[in-house]
Design a protein around this ligand. Structure first.
Ligand SMILES: NC(=O)c1ccc[n+]([C@@H]2O[C@H](COP(=O)([O-])OP(=O)(O)OC[C@H]3O[C@@H](n4cnc5c(N)ncnc54)[C@H](OP(=O)(O)O)[C@@H]3O)[C@@H](O)[C@H]2O)c1
Length: 324
């Protein structure tokens, strides 16, 4: 190879390394900086979907800790009330609840719930929207093994409801010329090129990224920051082969809230950021093979779990318990 070509490749490599170092330093700088005052920057209320467990619960607590009042959107009235009481008790902020089964979006019941959501936020200074609710059930399966209806439910929650809720909240933000929309993606959003046996889930999360990036460009000049956050909450990975890479919902939420308004696509947690970089170096074919093997393993576990539920007298339960 001629010398100039070596030089060319070396320059490209150096630029890539410099870019990664810059991103890492930016990440560390943000971790050290005082967090943004969300209330002052965006408004005094936040709307959050799926606040009854996992990341949503932790983010709701984190937003309340930052002094934001909350509109909690979920499908289970008792759980919502419980979350609302706990948040009000711990942080003294105001809360409102909207019962909304997001899988019913675009049905008569869904339209009615959407009307109640609009009513609940009417006149409020809603500065932050967190579209957190998401489902990946029925889990790792080949497409032909899944009931179409459960796939459609997933599409309605992860994609359609997220779109409609965003469209309902944006007009108020536009009037006030400020706001932040945070859409929760996943590791399959951008970090990895394939997510076999979760093909529809991964596709809905790609939609979230593309949707967010385009809204970011559309609304930036109008004072609204739209963002897709890549999160890999540990609730589904507590038995990971790599426990060091497992991050709990509280740690994810702290990073997630800190990153609000910092760019259209981000990976708030440093551990996840490092995982994404590592994944980028892996040849695609190796990554595809590894993820297929991992998800086939999950599929086998889910099968065992289902069969132990169907035959509780059998001895399948104890072996499943080892994994969960
Ligand atoms: N866990 C992971 O490994 C992981 C990885 C990457 C990305 N994510 C993403 O992070 C987000 C949160 O995940 P998570 O693991 O924290 O989830 P989770 O613990 O399963 O909680 C999901 C939340 O969404 C709500 N929800 C589900 N279906 C709903 C529906 N039809 N209508 C209204 N609310 C509904 C749930 O309400 P109920 O309490 O009533 O069920 C719950 O509050 C999701 O968008 C997910 O895709 C998760």
């Amino acid at each position: 190879m001629p010398a100039w070509m070596w030089l060319f490749y070396a320059t490209i490599g150096a630029l890539c390394v410099a870019g990664d170092c810059f991103r890492l330093l930016r990440h560390l700088a943000l971790c050290l900086r005082k967090p943004k005052d969300l209330r002052r920057r965006y408004g005094s209320w936040a709307v959050i979907t799926g606040p009854t467990s996992g990341l949503g619960w932790s983010m709701a607590m984190e937003l309340a800790r930052a002094g934001l009042n909350l509109v909690l959107v979920g499908r289970d009235p008792a759980k919502l009330q419980d979350v609302s009481d706990k948040i009000a008790r711990c942080h003294g902020v105001q809360t409102r609840t909207v019962v909304f089964d997001l899988s019913l979006v675009s049905t008569a019941q869904g339209d009615e719930a959407m009307r109640r959501l609009r009513e609940a936020i009417e006149g409020l200074d809603v500065g932050v929207l967190v579209n957190n609710a998401g489902v990946n059930k029925p889990g790792a399966l080949y497409l032909h093994e899944v009931e179409v209806e459960s796939l459609m439910r997933m599409v309605r929650v992860n994609l359609q409801a997220l779109t409609e809720v965003t469209a309902a909240v944006l007009p108020g933000m536009l009037r006030r010329r400020r706001g932040a929309v945070v859409n929760i993606g996943s590791g399959s959003t951008l970090a990895v090129p394939s997510f076999p046996l979760y093909s529809v889930y991964a596709a809905t999360k790609r939609y979230v990224a593309v949707f967010s990036k385009n809204l970011y460009v559309e609304y930036k000049s109008k004072g609204i920051d739209v963002q897709c956050q890549t999160n890999m909450v540990s609730s589904a990975a507590k038995n990971s082969l790599f426990p060091l890479f497992v991050v709990g919902p509280d740690a994810c939420a702290r990073a997630a809230v800190r990153w609000i308004g910092h760019g259209p696509l981000c990976v708030p947690n440093l551990v996840h950021q490092l995982q994404c970089w590592a994944a980028a170096f892996l040849p695609e074919i190796l990554g595809d093979t590894y993820r297929l093997a991992m998800h086939l393993h999950q599929r086998a576990i889910f099968r065992m779990l289902r069969s132990s539920r169907a035959h509780p007298q059998g001895n399948g339960g104890s072996s499943v318990d080892k994994f969960y």
